[in-house]
Design a protein around this ligand. Structure first.
Ligand code: COA
Length: 382
């Protein structure tokens, strides 16, 4: 297996991008990644997108995006794993370079959610149709059940969850690509509109448009493109049951634990070696469950981590320095690649006001549905 590095990154702002179509967002992000690396070609592309068909009516994204990018003819394929589509696209690109099949591979995540589709129902196609959606459950509802289970088992409070949003909005206020670069107080979170009890508006990631792209090549060719490549040292993918009811403990995300263990094993490191992490906070409770499953805190101890400052910039393990899905936005297929970009910037010392000092190893965790798929990457500055 060859060693693999990221040598360039580009992304659109996240938000309601009414002036940009799916293909225009793709081109902006992809061109940003190639320009960043000073590259003028790619050998292959992976396009992570949850549901171009249902959100915009457009499928067959592999060839369409290659063509729009002026690269008609290159290998290009669409990758889908619900909200983990971007992270899985990155993993496919990593595997292709590591295997020696291609040298310059682009991983792009993309989603356009604000074109008028029934967003809640489209998202719900990633849940179990027969066991969950048929009965009217939505993603806010599923995560509300996870939150209730966590509160019941471990004593996590609504205030604990509110602090996750407060912390991520504080981080996101320093990110000019964020959809909501706005700070909120605990009181504002706790008095925002109820969406699915106990989750309120300010516990939820928003509905977003956006695209993000990274360019990968073998580490031994990276200096052609940049003097600060970032190595991908671990990659792990795991699945779990779609239906919450099929899980032994609905408050614990098995797939996140397994994908983390696989990535840590490949990298030869453990959770305590990581200095900065992006995790999948589609709802505040998700961040709590993810930091437990990844081993950053003990099982059941994730609730107070944000309130205690443990996961804030300046804390023991800064989590979601970009603002996370909560503040940066969550164009579902784009999220996994955008997380990798935040870690890429952190490890190169380019994160500006949200820079974590002396960050050498970073982790990005991206998941689909209520945790039925999870993908983890570990990155090292060179
Ligand atoms: C939370 C949610 C239901 C809110 O949708 P909504 O009630 O239609 O909200 P609106 O679009 O009408 O926005 C109402 C206001 O809140 C703001 N807003 C919307 N979502 C927000 C969010 N998540 N965080 C902060 N502010 C938000 C809007 O900008 C708007 O502000 P304004 O009145 O000042 O213009 C929606 O964002 C949602 O479904 N989020 C979850 C998405 C999801 O499930 N993703 C997949 C995860 S697995």
């Amino acid at each position: 297996m060859r060693e693999v590095a990221i040598v360039g990154a580009g992304m659109t702002r996240f938000g309601e991008l009414w002036n940009q179509s799916l293909r225009q967002m793709f081109v902006e992000a992809a061109a940003g990644a190639l320009n960043d690396a000073g590259a003028d070609r790619v050998d292959s592309m992976y396009v992570g997108c949850m549901s171009g068909g249902q959100f915009t009516g457009q499928e067959h994204l592999g060839p369409l995006m290659a063509d729009q990018f002026g690269m008609t003819g290159v290998a290009s394929v669409h990758v889908e794993s619900a909200c983990a589509s971007g992270g899985v696209a990155l993993r496919q690109a990593f595997i292709e370079v590591a295997a020696g099949v291609s040298d310059l591979v682009l991983a792009v995540g993309i989603e356009k959610m604000t074109d008028g589709a029934d967003v809640t129902n489209v998202l719900a196609t990633a849940a179990d149709q027969e066991l969950e959606v048929y009965y009217g459950v939505t993603f806010p509802g599923l995560y509300a059940m996870i939150a209730r289970a966590h509160m019941h088992t471990y004593g996590t409070t609504e205030e604990d969850l509110a602090w996750v949003s407060v912390k991520n909005h504080r981080h996101g206020a320093k990110n000019d690509k964020a959809q909501f670069p706005t700070e909120f107080t605990v009181e504002q979170v706790l008095s925002s509109s109820m969406v699915a009890e106990p989750l309120r508006l300010l516990h939820c990631s928003p509905v977003s448009d956006g695209a993000a792209a990274v360019l990968l090549c073998p580490l031994d060719q990276a200096k052609q493109y940049t003097d600060r490549p970032v190595k991908i040292v671990g990659s792990g993918l795991a699945t779990g049951s779609l239906a919450l009811a099929d899980r032994d403990d609905p408050a614990f995300l098995d797939s996140v634990q397994k994908s983390g263990e696989r990535a840590f094993k490949m990298a030869g490191v453990g959770p305590r070696d990581i200095q900065v992490a992006e995790v999948h906070d589609c709802f505040s409770i998700a961040e709590v469950c993810c930091i437990e499953a990844l081993g950053f805190v003990e099982r059941g101890k994730g609730g107070p981590a944000a309130k205690d400052g443990f996961t804030a910039i300046g804390g023991c393990i800064p989590v979601n320095t970009s603002g996370g899905l909560k503040a940066k936005g969550h164009p579902v297929g784009a999220t996994g690649v955008a997380q990798a970009i935040e870690i890429f910037r952190q490890l190169r010392g380019e994160a500006g006001a949200r820079q974590v000092e002396n960050a050498r190893l970073g982790l990005a965790q991206n998941m689909g549905g209520s945790g039925a798929s999870s993908v983890v990457h570990i990155f090292q500055g060179v």
